[in-house]
Write a protein that binds this ligand. Structure first.
Ligand code: SF4
Ligand code: SF4
Length: 356
């Protein structure tokens, strides 16, 4: 899912501004919102645009909301979205376009090696401050190497935040070894994949352990009863987000129902027009795959360089978005034309509003 709970499925109408639907986007290029996986990557060619002329260079660490340099050099604030080759999941959500693969032993070994290489790199960047979000195609926390890596990274002083999108299927006890001032979870409930009571019990355990976390649901009509139960059963201090479902258009009345549960649903309801608009990705935010290939985000395929030879660094600069729209939270949260670094200050990566 787009950051937990991929609303896969068919095409979704994209509404530009407040006008009528103007663009039809395929699910392949549209992010969903997956607990396990991240937004769908749109590896269709999309040339990068020249530096934005709109000013307002995007800076700041997404994990903290603190201002940073946002440019190559020492002591920069860098947000990294990591997505390795892992593609299997212990769930089988009907709306998920990913995670339908059963990873072989060799594929799992490759994922572990890639993750450990990335963690080594992150551990060595002591001259910078890093905020890290893991957005696997599948479910990472059922694999010991994800749990261990997050725990170890959380203890490093130059790591401001380390977070992961998860379906919360694993037992939360591993979190007791992590630095909970740094580690956070983006959790998605998938009705039909796990009993409601079991999921809620795990959320309660997260609260007992003092783990920062958000909880979300894909806004399909059949999920509304469970989403209402969740909002009623979760502690007030736990933010419940709702992701607009792929292929679903919301009437104002429907949107109001979801907004009663998530007052920020308006940001997810429609894709955001992004072409030519300044976005922090490619400057203070990057996406990295298992090979170390750096892109500005999960949705723009042009490489900026490689993480491990340092070649990406010289490419970091203010950039305009080359795509028509951006409709995944893990993407548009970095758009400078939206106020979401303020709305989610201190919790951009784990999707927790500042005033929650
Ligand atoms: S199958 Fe797994 S990765 Fe896909 S939406 Fe469900 S929990 Fe997320
Ligand atoms: S708005 Fe930013 S994150 Fe979204 S597609 Fe454009 S460059 Fe990527």
């Amino acid at each position: 899912m787009t950051a937990a709970g991929h609303p896969g499925g068919g095409p979704r109408w994209v509404t530009i501004g407040s006008g009528p639907p103007a663009v039809e986007r395929s699910a392949a290029s549209a992010p969903g919102g997956c607990a396990g996986g991240g937004c769908a990557a749109p590896p269709t060619a999309a040339p990068d645009a020249p530096p934005s002329a709109t000013g307002a260079a995007g800076t700041g660490a997404a994990g903290t909301g603190a201002a940073g340099t946002g440019a190559a050099g020492t002591g920069m604030e860098l947000t990294v979205l990591y997505r390795g080759p892992l593609a299997s999941c212990d769930y089988d959500c009907p709306y998920c376009p990913f995670a339908k693969r059963r990873d072989s032993t060799d594929q799992l070994r490759a994922d572990r090696t890639a993750l450990e290489r990335f963690a080594d790199w992150a551990g060595q960047q002591t001259g910078d401050h890093l905020s890290l979000l893991f957005t696997p195609w599948g479910e990472g926390l059922v694999r010991s190497w994800y749990r261990r890596t997050l725990t170890e990274l959380s203890r490093l002083p130059h790591i401001r935040r380390v977070a992961i999108q998860t379906n919360l299927s694993c037992r939360p006890e591993w979190l007791a070894d992590a630095d909970l001032d740094t580690l956070a979870l983006w959790c998605t409930f998938h009705p039909g994949q796990t009993p409601y009571d079991r999921f809620v019990a795990k959320c309660r355990r997260l609260s007992e352990l003092g783990v920062r976390h958000s909880v979300g649901v894909v806004g399909l009509p059949e999920h509304l009863p469970d989403a209402r139960r969740l909002r009623a059963d979760l502690p007030d201090h736990v933010y419940l987000w709702i992701n607009a479902a792929e292929g679903h258009r919301y009437t104002d009345a429907e949107a109001e129902q979801w907004t009663e549960l998530d007052p920020l649903f308006r940001y997810s309801r429609h894709p955001h027009t992004s072409a030519g608009r300044p976005c922090r990705t490619g400057e203070s935010v990057i996406s990295v795959d298992g090979d170390g290939t750096v892109r500005r985000c999960h949705f723009v395929p042009e490489p900026l360089g490689n993480l491990y030879d340092g070649g990406y660094r010289a490419a970091l600069r203010p950039r305009a978005c080359p795509s028509a729209v951006c409709d995944c939270h893990i993407g548009y949260v970095h758009l400078e034309t939206l106020p979401l670094y303020d709305v989610f200050a201190g919790g951009v990566l784990e999707r927790i509003p500042a005033d929650w």
